[in-house]
Design a protein around this ligand. Structure first.
Ligand SMILES: Nc1ncnc2c1ncn2[C@@H]1O[C@H](COP(=O)(O)OP(=O)(O)OP(=O)(O)O)[C@@H](O)[C@H]1O
Ligand SMILES: [Mg+2]
Length: 284
C-alpha cells in the first residue's frame, strides 16, 4: 500500500539529510503509530507519503515512494489525494473555507460526488468527530481543538484508502483525543482504511495501534508490533519519549522477577495481569 525504497531526503539549503535510507512497507488495513523526539523527521516522513514532498517542498530526493503502486514523483498531490487523506500538524494551515460545512464539502465537490451523498457524508463525518453543532460556524472563530476536528472530519469524509495524520490531537483534551482514536479505529476496522498516525500520546497509541515505528535523527530505529516495541522502554526513555505507566509498572515487575510475559498495551490488560499476579501469590 505504501512502500519506501531506500529513501533519503534533505530540504533545500539544509546541510544534513533529514531522512536517511528508509525502507518500509505498510500494508492495507494496518494501524501504525509513529513516535520520536522533536526534529526526528516524523512530519517529513508523512509529507513523503502524501506527496507534499517532492511536490511542495524542495530538496534532494533519493530512492522512491510508492503509494498504492504509484510513484509519488510521477503523480500529482491531487492524484495522490484519491488514495491518501492527510491531516497536517498545523490545522490552521489546512483550513481554506470560511464555514465548517464548506470545508467538509470542498474535497467531496472536487471529486464530483452527487449533492445527496455530499450532504450525507458531511453529517456523518461531523458526527463521527463530535462537532455537529459547529456545522455553520465560521472556521476562523474556532478553537485549536475544534479546528483539528474540522480537518479530521474533512479528511474522513472522503473515505480515502489511507489516512495519514500528523499529531491530530495535540490541542484536544484526553476525552477528545480518545474520541478521535475511537473514530480512527472504527474507520480502520469497519471500512478497512489504513491509518498512519504521528502522535505524542504513547498510551493512546499503544492501545489503538498494532504497529509502532520509532524515529530518531531521520531513521526508523524500531519498527514492529506495539507490545514488542514497548519492551524497548529504556531506549524510548533515552529518546525522551514518555512511556505509559502500565509499561513502567510491567518493567518494575519484570526487573523484580515477578513477571515474564508480554507488555500489556492498555490499562484493562494491565489490570488483568496484576490481578492474576496477586492471585498467583507472586510470580507469573
Ligand atoms: N520546510 C523545511 N525546510 C528545512 N528544514 C526543515 C523543514 N521542515 C523540517 N525541517 C527540518 O527537518 C528536521 C525534521 O523535521 P520534522 O518536522 O520532520 O520533525 P518532527 O519529528 O516532525 O518534529 P516535531 O515533533 O517537532 O513535529 C528538523 O531538523 C527540521 O528543522
Ligand atoms: Mg512534526
Amino acid at each position: 500500500m505504501i512502500q519506501f525504497k531506500n529513501l533519503s531526503f534533505s530540504y533545500e539549503n539544509s546541510e544534513v539529510m533529514t531522512i536517511h535510507n528508509i525502507d518500509l512497507k505498510i500494508d492495507k488495513g494496518e494501524f501504525v503509530g509513529i513516535i520520536g523526539p522533536s526534529g526526528a523527521g516524523k512530519s517529513t516522513l508523512v509529507s513523503l507519503m502524501n506527496g507534499v514532498i517532492p511536490h511542495h517542498r524542495r530538496g534532494d530526493f533519493y530512492g522512491a515512494v510508492l503509494v498504492c503502486g504509484k510513484d509519488t514523483v510521477d503523480s500529482s498531490c491531487g492524484e495522490l489525494s484519491h488514495f491518501v487523506g492527510s491531516v497536517f500538524q498545523d490545522p490552521e494551515a489546512q483550513i481554506i473555507s470560511t464555514e465548517v460545512e464548506d470545508e467538509i464539502a470542498f474535497g467531496l465537490e472536487n471529486l464530483n460526488f452527487p449533492p445527496g451523498e455530499i450532504e450525507k457524508r458531511i453529517t456523518e463525518s461531523l458526527r463521527m468527530v463530535g462537532i455537529e453543532h459547529l456545522r455553520h460556524r465560521n472556521t476562523s472563530a474556532l478553537s485549536g481543538g475544534q479546528k483539528q476536528r474540522v480537518v479530521i472530519a474533512a479528511a474522513i469524509a472522503l473515505r480515502p484508502q489511507i489516512l495519514v495524520l500528523d499529531e491530530p490531537t495535540s490541542e484536544l483534551d484526553p476525552a477528545g483525543s480518545r474520541q478521535i482514536f475511537s473514530t480512527l479505529k472504527h474507520l480502520n476496522e469497519d471500512y478497512g482504511i489504513t491509518i498512519i498516525i504521528v502522535e505524542q500520546k504513547v498510551m493512546l497509541l499503544s492501545e489503538f495501534c498494532k504497529r509502532f515505528m520509532v524515529m530518531d535523527q531521520g531513521r526508523i530505529i524500531l519498527d514492529g508490533p506495539t507490545g514488542e516495541i514497548l519492551k524497548h522502554n529504556d531506549k524510548l526513555m533515552e529518546l525522551g519519549i514518555n512511556c505509559p505507566r502500565v509499561v513502567s509498572l510491567t518493567r518494575l515487575l519484570i526487573d523484580s522477577g515477578l513477571y515474564q510475559g508480554d507488555y500489556p498495551t492498555d490499562v484493562d490488560t494491565a489490570e488483568k495481569m496484576v490481578r492474576a499476579l496477586i492471585k498467583s501469590g507472586g510470580s507469573l
